[in-house]
Design a protein around this ligand. Structure first.
Ligand SMILES: [Zn+2]
Ligand SMILES: [Zn+2]
Length: 113
């Protein structure tokens, strides 16, 4: 299975592009998983679009919008995960879900369950 959550602390991993390579990064424990090829991201996309099947969403615009989140503003089903922990490292982990269509950002905290 493709990793989406950190195996160590179960934090949502953020896809990141570093020097042309793709990674999934955990902002809490800095777990970093390199995606060997771009296809890895595409395969995430495929898994996601399977889940979305039948809803009629077309993947358009933001190619980082791979996270399943229904936009409160326009109803689009994909959002980009923006990890604000990079900028506010001392704060509690902060994640923004940015709508892949209209850019509406929804703020979510770390899931502590
Ligand atoms: Zn972690
Ligand atoms: Zn939207």
């Amino acid at each position: 299975m493709t990793l989406k959550f950190c195996p160590k602390c179960k934090t949502l991993l953020s896809p990141q592009e570093i020097k042309g390579k793709f990674f999934l990064k955990c902002s809490v424990c800095n777990f970093l998983k390199e995606l060997k090829q771009k296809e890895s991201l595409i395969s995430i996309e495929k898994i996601k679009s399977k889940e979305e099947k039948g809803k009629g969403f077309v993947n358009e615009g933001n190619s980082f919008a791979t996270y399943n989140n229904k936009c409160k503003k326009c109803g689009y089903g994909k959002a980009q995960v923006l990890d604000m922990g990079i900028f506010y490292s001392d704060e509690d982990n902060l994640i923004l879900l940015k709508c892949g269509r209209c850019g509406f950002s929804e703020r979510i905290g770390r899931k502590t369950s």
